[in-house]
Design a binder for this molecule. Structure first.
Ligand SMILES: [Zn+2]
Length: 413
């Protein structure tokens, strides 16, 4: 069996013929020529037109065979198009400027979802840039061809990008039928989120029934303005995260106070005792926690307030959850713990949005947004190569966007 036969089976290209294959410099080269009677397609308007001349031969990298690099060798024609003038012909197997064939780009992009881009480049003897371009091409296709109909629930979240205070705003679809990353924007301002709603358009925005977000003021403002008809739910995961941050602050200040007053460093290495859920503590940590609870420390009071707040989520009725929340807020405001009071004030200001979670019959567990948030952080961390925002965006869409891929006649991986 000849290589030509195999190629015609896995990668038949209409209007073109595979000619001879040869082994050259440890690579397989396959010459491609146009079918005798076929006329080139203009890359400007997509119509066939008369040939003009032929450009120099170029190499297009194809999926490797037995770990040997494979190249399609082709001299591109130019079209004398009556509408566009002289243009280069449209190639069915590759983007004009790129040296990667579509098949190889999809192949690399699939591997890039399983491994880091650097590893993919190393395994397939190609450059990081080639992997980047492959993923970028597949993502571009996916964004242009994805289906945005039927979205009823979204979650808005902020993610820290790089060191310092650079943020990305991310929007997820959190319908039970489809959970995916919908959109990424630089910063976390009102303008950022307004751009998302512009992308969604009026009709799709009107179809939204639930919006989850954290307590970030610019988000609240835009959601009220653009999706006021939907039930806006403050995300449980973010509220607990805020309380944890407050405990951390109380603990840090108190530890310092105790040290300057010459007390034993009881709070040393205690951070995780207070931040983890009781059920997740190791035996050693849990023994340490019971010891710490015996001291009348501010940190302990803050911790107990947070733990009792968790009871809120166990309520079944909207009404009783509200009664509980009122009582909790009173206790928190009387706690004389500044960081806790700060969180309590912001909870009180958005009480309705928090209780909306009960109105939505707990349909949106904090696990959804938390899980997606975790995977975003993982993708950003795994991708050491992403010094630039566009590369990070492409990686995130690729990993979490559930984008459709270009159709190929053969599944190469
Ligand atoms: Zn044309």
């Amino acid at each position: 069996m000849r290589l030509k036969t195999v190629l015609n089976r896995v990668h038949k290209v209409k209007g073109f013929v595979y000619e001879k294959a040869r082994f050259h410099d440890d690579q397989i080269e396959i010459t491609v020529r146009p079918h005798r009677r076929s006329r080139p397609i203009c890359s400007g308007c997509g119509q066939r037109g008369p040939g003009y001349d032929t450009l120099p031969v170029r190499r297009f990298e194809f999926v490797p065979l037995w770990a040997i690099a494979v190249f399609l060798i082709y001299a591109r024609r130019r079209v004398n198009c009556p509408r566009c003038g002289v243009t280069a012909e449209l190639l069915p197997w590759a983007e004009g400027k790129h040296h990667l064939t579509h098949a190889y780009a999809v192949f690399l992009a699939r591997w890039a979802r399983r491994l880091s881009w650097r590893e993919v480049a190393r395994i397939f003897h190609t450059s990081w840039e080639s992997v980047f371009r492959a993923v970028a091409g597949v993502v571009e296709y996916g964004l242009a061809h994805r289906d945005l109909s039927g979205i009823t629930a979204i979650g808005v979240d902020e993610v820290q990008f790089q060191k310092g205070h650079r943020y990305l705003t991310v929007v997820y679809q959190i319908d039970s039928s489809c959970r995916r990353l919908l959109w990424i924007g630089q910063d976390r301002t009102t303008k950022t989120l307004l751009r998302f709603f512009r992308m969604m358009g009026k009709e799709r925005t009107a179809a939204l029934q639930f919006v989850c977000s954290d307590m970030w003021q610019p988000y609240l403002k835009v959601i009220a303005k653009k999706a006021g008809h939907a039930l806006h739910i403050l995300d449980r995961f973010h509220i607990v995260a805020k309380l944890n941050k407050a405990i951390d602050e109380v603990r840090a200040v108190e530890a310092k106070e105790l040290a300057t007053q010459g007390y034993e460093p009881v709070l040393k290495h205690s951070r995780w005792c207070f931040l983890k859920r009781v059920a997740n503590l190791t035996d050693k940590q849990s023994a340490r926690l019971s010891e710490l609870l015996q001291y009348g420390l501010k940190t302990v009071r803050a911790y107990l307030l947070k733990e009792s707040f968790q009871t809120l989520w166990e309520y079944k009725s909207y009404h009783w959850a509200g009664v509980f929340l009122d009582a909790w807020l009173k206790r928190a405001m009387r706690s004389r713990l500044t960081p806790i009071k700060r969180v309590a004030r912001s909870i009180r200001a958005h009480q309705d949005l928090i209780l909306n979670w009960f109105a939505a019959r707990k349909e949106f567990s904090s696990g959804i947004v938390e899980g997606l948030n975790y995977r975003i952080k993982l993708t950003i961390r795994k991708a050491y190569g992403f010094r630039t925002l566009p590369a990070a965006e492409i990686a995130l869409y690729h990993a979490l966007g559930r984008l459709p891929e270009p159709k190929l006649t053969h599944e190469f991986c």
